[in-house]
Design a protein around this ligand. Structure first.
Ligand SMILES: Cc1ncc(COP(=O)(O)O)c(C=O)c1O
Length: 486
């Protein structure tokens, strides 16, 4: 075993080996990009068959060249190609090229964000990026935040901070020390019925259970209905429940609809409730010249979820949890002699572990630091505005065609629609696009009917690709009706 080449060091052999491994990998990646299809089309069984032949743990290592050849044959051609103009399924974006380079830097130096001595410059950069973000979202001088693994963890953090704030401040109960108060099963969290399922998951993990989550109806624009919210709170109070928080959604997963934060804030103030805004999707609008007003009021939230691996087009994972008051992050603070001594803080060494549920944590802040400088406000504004205008165009194309049904005009970049045929036909359309045409779109439901969804996060998509998609759907429908007639 040549240990000299095992790790990346200042040794010449190590550097040469690193360079050749990265160059060969880059070559393999670029040579595999020989299609415009979002997916080559293999079924789960076909994929299993291809992959089952490979022995994952041989007695003797085969060396990287050999393994890369297998990767080139078996994995790269079967990847979902997220940069393809035919990939429109989920809130899952392509990655800006420079951000892929950021990942290489992150992995090469493998910093861990828990303590300053594991990530000196990385800690300082995360602090600066968080400071910049809290200013961008106008959260005030006392604000703070931390990078997380994604929107689900950020939403969990929002609800945990809400629970602890409510127990400590309103009930005068130290939940960190004593656990949940005796009336915990009466706690209620209000969120629209369109909010992300991480809300219920978090409620369960926090010991409050799914029943604590009250699903508020939405209005005709798919925004949380404020009158219903007030009514539900009043009804719950009358029954002895304890309204504790509202989770607003700034960009729902399916429709991109944006709740009215100003009105929700008023309700939260009236009933002494916490307000967390899940802006995993819509938070990106802060950089849009044209559409920034749509998220007006976001600064009134107690805490915010922002996902950079959605509309900001950065590689997974990259999310931030921001709070308007540093004290809200206190639940995550715990000292240990082996990691984050209290004296470190006094001496100016920041240990970020005290702000996070994670201990070992990636240096994801670097991706924002590099990408924000590379693109600038103008670059991001152009990206976001193009995605939103694409969604409007697709909505209009579908709305004008007799055979399609649309539901709501997009506020962000997703379009939910269906062919007027049966549920079975709409399911068939999605599968045929995936396996026969290399086009990947989403599926959801509305009023118990199957709907299709395009989430447009690729600014290089033009009218041509949207017309192509509609053409392919029409062809599938025609073939289906011919097959039925036979
Ligand atoms: C509105 C919203 N919030 C939160 C999440 C969860 O984010 P993540 O997948 O990064 O955990 C999603 C995911 O799509 C989402 O759409």
């Amino acid at each position: 075993m040549e240990f000299e080449k095992l790790l990346l060091t200042n040794n010449l052999k190590s550097k040469d080996h690193f360079t050749s491994v990265i160059e060969a990998t880059t070559k393999a990646i670029t040579s595999s990009l020989n299609t415009t299809l979002a997916y080559r089309g293999l079924s789960p069984d076909e994929l299993k068959k291809e992959l089952n032949q490979i022995e994952i743990l041989p007695q003797q290592g085969e060396g990287f060249d050999e393994v890369l050849t297998t990767v080139l044959k078996k994995i790269l051609p079967n990847f979902l190609y997220t940069s393809s103009k035919g990939y429109m399924a989920h809130l899952h974006s392509p990655a800006i090229i420079e951000s892929i380079a950021s990942e290489l830097i992150i992995a090469s130096f493998n910093q861990s964000m828990d303590s300053w001595d594991q990530s000196p410059v990385a800690t300082e950069i995360e602090l600066l990026v968080i400071d910049m973000l809290t200013k961008l979202y106008k959260l005030g001088n006392n604000s703070d935040g931390v990078f997380t693994s994604g929107g689900s963890q950020s939403n969990f953090s929002g609800l945990m901070c809400a629970r602890d704030w409510y127990c400590n401040t309103i009930l005068n109960h130290d939940v960190k020390k004593k656990g949940l108060p005796s009336n915990y099963s009466k706690f209620r969290i209000y969120t629209s019925h369109l909010s992300h399922f991480s809300v219920e998951k978090s409620a369960h993990i926090l010991g409050l259970g799914y029943d604590s989550v009250r699903k508020v109806p939405t209005d005709k624009k798919f925004k949380l209905d404020i009158i219903s919210l007030k009514l539900m709170i009043e009804e719950d109070l009358a029954k002895g429940f304890v309204p504790m928080a509202v989770l607003a959604t700034i960009g729902t997963t399916d429709y991109g609809s944006i709740d009215d934060i100003r009105k929700i804030r008023e309700v939260c103030d009236q009933y002494s409730m916490y307000l967390h805004s899940d802006a995993a999707y819509g938070g990106a609008l802060i950089l849009s010249e044209k559409y920034r007003d749509r998220i007006d009021g976001i600064e009134l939230s107690d805490s915010i979820t922002i996902d950079f691996h959605k509309m900001f087009l950065l590689p997974i994972s990259c999310s931030a949890f921001l709070v308007n008051d540093k004290k809200l992050l206190e639940p995550y603070q715990l000292h240990s002699d082996y990691l984050n001594r209290e004296e470190d803080e006094a001496e100016g060494y920041t240990n970020l572990v005290g702000k996070s549920i994670q201990t070992t944590r990636r240096f994801d802040a670097l991706k924002v630091w590099i990408s924000f400088q590379t693109q600038g406000r103008a670059g991001y504004s152009a990206i976001i505005d193009k995605c939103i205008s694409n969604a409007n165009t697709l909505y209009n194309m579908l709305d004008l065609a007799d055979v399609y049904e649309t539901i709501v005009e997009p506020e962000l970049s997703s379009v939910v629609f269906k062919h007027k045929g049966s549920d079975k036909l709409n399911k068939k359309i999605r599968k045929a696009l995936l396996h026969e045409h290399g086009l990947v779109i989403g599926q959801t439901s509305y009023n118990n009917k199957v709907y299709l969804k395009c989430t447009l996060l690729n600014p290089t998509v033009s009218n041509y690709e949207m017309l192509h998609l509609i053409k392919k759907i029409n062809e599938i429908v025609l073939n289906e009706s011919k097959a039925i007639k036979k």
